[in-house]
Design a protein around this ligand. Structure first.
Ligand code: PLP
Length: 357
């Protein structure tokens, strides 16, 4: 019940034990095609350029900024959470001029702030975090943010590492240009194969770069030589991780994406109701609550690290302490993918109650 990796379904564990074949073996290429089709379903997109980046969510984040940002371009990133900060660090390392769209930790960005940032800084790339794991805030109005970004002919990158497959997200309908995620949270696959999708328009920006991306490994044109129609060697495919990701995505499709969003809301809703009944509060306002990650404010006298250790030692339940600016103020309780079940949620509420007693 931490912020990920979440529990993995036994079918996914079994898929990981499938014997290995070459990464260009026709049977493996078929599995990659399945993964791409299933990722389009989960991302709610028809984007051709849909793949799994080798590496964890940060690799997909780095692929986004290393490819979309050219040295000297202005990049707008959020200041209201830890992972927005990481976007800024990555954008700076690839030569971007980083400016921030500001909101306090615990609150989402207001689209008006993004509009004002265009007046002041004229960014070409804007990053937002749909589910901020450090604060438990769900960024609403992605569609409105995309509308503003496109009005200025810029590109919107959205981080869905903590939300994809658990919280409603609609790439095409909302107009995001590049969306990435991780495999180990609401998708409940092992870490290491990170979903990424980008529109034709975004890929055109990548193809028309004046300078080569600074990362060879994460160069999207290079990655597409392997994930495109006529797969060629770029780097060795992560065979077992892809087997597992396909099985995890099949489980999402069998459940149905809407039913899965609904399950996350229902079970995280039970968690939220339970902690609130004990007199505790979640950090964000109800309308910005992120069901997959519940940031619970702890009493001033409580010690977040001691609390998380107690849950682990006494009850075998993993939760996480606060991160960054919120260290010592919250504990973070995940409700993600295969972990989001009554058998997990209700004992977690009980264990938290006992630990605080
Ligand atoms: N973005 C968000 C919102 C995250 O929660 C995380 C990880 O927790 C990342 C990015 C980075 O992903 P990873 O740790 O898998 O590299």
């Amino acid at each position: 019940m931490g912020p990920g990796p979440s529990d993995v379904h036994p079918r996914v564990l079994r898929a990981m034990a499938t014997p290995l074949v070459g990464y260009l073996d026709p049977s493996f290429v078929e599995i990659m095609t399945d993964v791409q089709e299933l990722l389009r379903y989960v991302f709610r997109t028809d984007n051709e350029y849909t793949l799994a980046v080798s590496g964890t969510g940060s690799a997909a984040m780095e692929a986004a900024f290393a490819n979309l940002v050219e040295p000297g371009e202005t990049v707008l990133v959020p200041s209201n959470g830890y992972f927005g900060g990481r976007m800024g660090e990555m954008a700076a390392r690839v030569g971007g001029e980083v400016v921030t769209a500001d909101a306090p930790w615990g609150e989402p960005l207001d689209p008006a702030t993004i509009e004002a940032a265009f007046d002041e800084h004229q960014p070409t790339v804007v990053g937002v975090v749909h589910g901020e794991t450090s604060t438990g805030v769900r960024q609403p109005e992605i569609d409105e943010i995309a509308r503003i970004v496109h009005e200025y002919d810029a590109y919107l990158v959205v981080d869905t590492v903590a939300s994809l497959g658990g919280v409603e997200f609609r790439t095409d309908e909302w107009g995001a240009d590049l969306v990435y995620s991780g495999s180990q949270k609401c998708l409940s696959a092992p870490p290491g194969a990170s979903p990424l999708t980008l529109s034709d328009r975004a890929m055109e920006k990548v193809r028309n770069r004046e300078t080569q991306p600074r990362s060879w490994y994460l160069d999207l044109e290079g990655l597409w030589t392997y994930w495109g129609d006529d797969p060629q060697y770029h780097h060795t495919g992560m065979t077992s991780t892809v087997y597992a990701l396909r099985e995890a995505l099949r489980l999402v499709a069998e459940e149905g994406i809407q039913a899965r969003w609904e399950r996350h809301r229902r079970l995280a809703g039970a968690l939220k109701a339970g902690v609130e009944a004990m007199g505790l509060e979640l950090l964000p306002a109800d309308e910005h609550w992120l069901p997959s990650l519940n940031a619970v404010r702890i009493p001033a006298a409580a010690d977040g690290d001691a609390l998380t250790s107690r849950l682990l030692e006494d009850d075998g339940i993993e939760i996480a302490a606060g991160l960054g600016d919120l260290a010592g103020e919250v504990v973070r309780v995940g409700c993600m993918g295969h972990s989001a079940r009554p058998a997990n949620v209700l004992p977690t509420v009980g264990a938290l109650g006992r630990a605080l007693d």
